[in-house]
Design a protein around this ligand. Sequence first.
Ligand code: NAG
Ligand code: NAG
Ligand code: NAG
Ligand code: NAG
Length: 411
Amino acid sequence: MPRNYTKSEKQELEKLTTQQQLQGYFKKDAPSKITKLAVLFLIFIAGLVTGLLSSSSHRSTLTLQNYNNLYAAVKRGQTITTSTSSSASLRNNDNSLNFDCKNIDNLVHPKELNHNLSDEELLWRASMVPKVVEYPFKRVPKVAFMFLTRGPLPLLPLWERFFKGYEQYYSIYVHTIPGFVLEVSPDSVFFGRQIPSKEVSWGNVSLADAEKRLLANALLDFSNERFVLLSESCIPIYNFQTVYKYLTESTHTFVESYDDPTRFGRGRYDRHMRPSIMIDQWRKGAQWFEINRALGIEIISDYKYYDLFRKYCHPPCFPDEHYIPTYLNIFHAPFNSNRTLTKVDWSLGGPHPTTFVRDNITEGFIQNIRNNKKKCLYNSKSTTVCYLFARKFAPSALEPLLDLSLKVMGF
Ligand SMILES: *[C@@H]1O[C@H](CO)[C@@H](O)[C@H](O)[C@H]1NC(C)=O
Ligand SMILES: *[C@@H]1O[C@H](CO)[C@@H](O)[C@H](O)[C@H]1NC(C)=O
Ligand SMILES: *[C@@H]1O[C@H](CO)[C@@H](O)[C@H](O)[C@H]1NC(C)=O
Ligand SMILES: *[C@@H]1O[C@H](CO)[C@@H](O)[C@H](O)[C@H]1NC(C)=O
């Protein structure tokens, strides 16, 4: 099926095909170019004949490599003396013929997270999907743990312990404020895992931008299959094996998405979003999502719905609480569990959830988060394991958490 050109492509095509430019091309350039090409073509044929003749007699064969080098040289307008010596020297000098695909590993698991891509370039690159279904390498699905933080990660030692021994099964990405340097030792699993970051303001679309940036960077690694968004105050409440199995074997994504009829839900809807988003499609949910690769690609590729949030969702509307829950509800509802995996305590009311400190951390407290008798659905079956992560934990909670982690959380 022929593909439609985009608006900007059309403009470029129009520019190229205007009468004036075509005339200019033929009148000025064409004669000299054509003469030059003809001469080169003759030399090229002479080279081919020499090559063929010598190959039929002895050692030197006209390989595809020679042929390509000759052809490239002709295109660049170089003159060729003898086919064998010129192709040998071309191979050494010409970098334009080399591209860095010597190692599939560089291509599918970028080790270096630093890059100079703009957001637009990054999202475009990350949106690419291979057409061949089978991977030409052994793909072990990985979970991407994406930390959105202003700066330090005070609970990092707990996470280090959680990750230890499972290097093959996860990737870590950290979005900080620009210029912040995460000080970790080179043997830390967080070493070198900061992505190129930008300023984030609470309450506007720049927060959703940061989420997309994390997702896009994580998507560049083709082994990443599940993607969890976490903050610096989040902790894991099960061990790695349990978390990995729960996520990679799930048939659903975990994005909280519900219809809130009050002013904190539907009250934040803006009628300018019609007809793309109708009020009965409007959803709310916690920012801390867990999704799979296919959905991640959909989200970073969406500009249309995202733009509506950028334009019409301002405080008291928060894009990070409505954009993904609403987008999923419109397009991917059957695959979403509509619940979050990150337990948070809103019981005290107010605009922020409870922060737990040193004194709060007891065995009973952690057990209660792991299993508070609540039931939820996992792959359409009932389970008591509804949360894998919890927040918000103050830095002072680290020590008692480390003391309890093996006994209560199994790591
Ligand atoms: C990004 O650009 C800067 C300056 O142009 C350059 O020094 C740096 O090496 C580039 N980084 C990458 C990853 O290409
Ligand atoms: C977000 O808000 C900050 C300050 O309130 C502002 O400087 C910034 O430009 C805003 N960003 C976007 C993308 O609207
Ligand atoms: C999540 O909610 C949507 C409607 O918003 C529904 O279609 C979907 O089935 C729900 N998912 C589950 C697992 O119940
Ligand atoms: C947590 O500890 C603080 C200070 O010790 C206390 O005021 C608060 O009630 C505790 N919260 C819970 C949920 O135990």
